[in-house]
Design a protein around this ligand. Sequence first.
Ligand code: ZN
Ligand code: MN
Length: 257
Amino acid sequence: MNPVHMEQLSWVDYERRVQEGAVLFLPCGATEQHGPHLPLGTDALLASAISAEVAARVGGLVAPALSYGYKSQPKCGGGQHFCGTTSLDGATLSALVRDAVREFHRHGVKRLVLVLGHYENTWFVAEGIQLALRELGPDAGLEVMRLEHWDFCREETLEDIFPDGFPGFALEHAAVIETSLMLHFHPHLVALEKIPDDGPADFPPYDMYPTRTEWVPPSGVLSSARGSSAAKGARLAGDIVDGITAAVRFEFKLEGL
Ligand code: ZN
Ligand code: MN
């Protein structure tokens, strides 16, 4: 099988794969606290692992991940007050994405997929894509897909994994979905015995600046990660990888791959 990781290829092999029309995946994560039981790199690690599985199925390539993201927000990432959370200003992230998209276009990439593993990145990544495409002009011949991987979890799967009701993706920070996916992809990086008893967090329908840190559970986990398992992670990963593969094949018309 062709290797999927761009950083493990020579420029000569990379150029050949790009000229053959390989879809390029760019994982976009964060360096952000994920409770006492998951590593700071969780968002980038998951986006990268998912990208690699999809790329292997469609003959694609995975670029080195953007491992810093937009600022962690209290209601979906715990906030900026945790040690280790290392974030970019929105304009910095947009510029980083814009430059990367322009470079991939210069290499001859025609189909690019940005796989987001950190919710706060959403509109700043979108901005970077749009700035690059505006600069490249209407004849650039580059099509870009942007997605958040958890949106590919099927409803039946969520009903089975959360029989008492799904708390919603925002409160899923460092909780059952991310912990189960990490148990599937990177089990040696999960400390199950350190899962805290906190949560679910109860936020008012507004934000305050400076952050009211007392609103956020001190562990940084926004709802309980108890009940996480590698089997649940395998099922979630199956939904996500199948779903993204189907979307990529459909939008980029990759019949037969
Ligand atoms: Zn996360
Ligand atoms: Mn995150």
